[in-house]
Design a protein around this ligand. Sequence first.
Ligand SMILES: CC(C)(COP(=O)(O)OP(=O)(O)OC[C@H]1O[C@@H](n2cnc3c(N)ncnc32)[C@H](O)[C@@H]1OP(=O)(O)O)[C@@H](O)C(=O)NCCC(=O)NCCS
Length: 155
Amino acid sequence: MTERTLPGVIGAAAEPRDMPLIAEALAAEGLPAADLPGRIAFFVFREPGGGMIGFAGLEQFGAAALLRSLVVLPPARARAQGSAIVAWMAAEARRRGVGELFLLTTSAAPFFEKLGFRRVERDAVPPAVAASAEFTTLCPASALCMARRLEPRDR
Ligand SMILES: CC(C)(COP(=O)(O)OP(=O)(O)OC[C@H]1O[C@@H](n2cnc3c(N)ncnc32)[C@H](O)[C@@H]1OP(=O)(O)O)[C@@H](O)C(=O)NCCC(=O)NCCS
């Protein structure tokens, strides 16, 4: 896949050589990594001319997808990179035919709310998403489920 750029962030499909750093960073954040990469499409992000600033994964189930494993590496935080990565991932999901993004979070609900995600009950998510490893075994039951419909502007 060729690189795609949004202001301030360049994203591209992760390469196998990126996976050890991704697994290490997920472990450092206490985020699930037991099923990686599995059926998850990973993307890595860097600043123009710079090294990796973060990554995120997309696990697609037809017209729905899980946004998961989003990490902005600590030195790059609080500079709107996480917001740019979510926008990039929403556009990528839409290009892949996704109409609604779901996620689980224990600590970042206010961040995702600022980006248009709304809390939903777990029994409102499509069955395939609810049957995913992240929903059934990897994330604590206390994690909040959030969703955002993708619009034509998400590209
Ligand atoms: C959550 C994370 C991706 C945010 O990345 P970031 O680049 O620092 O975020 P941004 O700079 O784009 O923040 C956008 C806004 O969200 C707020 N925000 C960021 N992280 C937040 C958090 N964990 N809780 C509440 N608010 C948060 C920021 O203060 C900012 O608010 P503002 O617009 O009023 O200034 C990053 O902190 C991270 O990787 N955390 C560890 C892993 C994690 O929790 N991932 C989410 C898994 S579900």
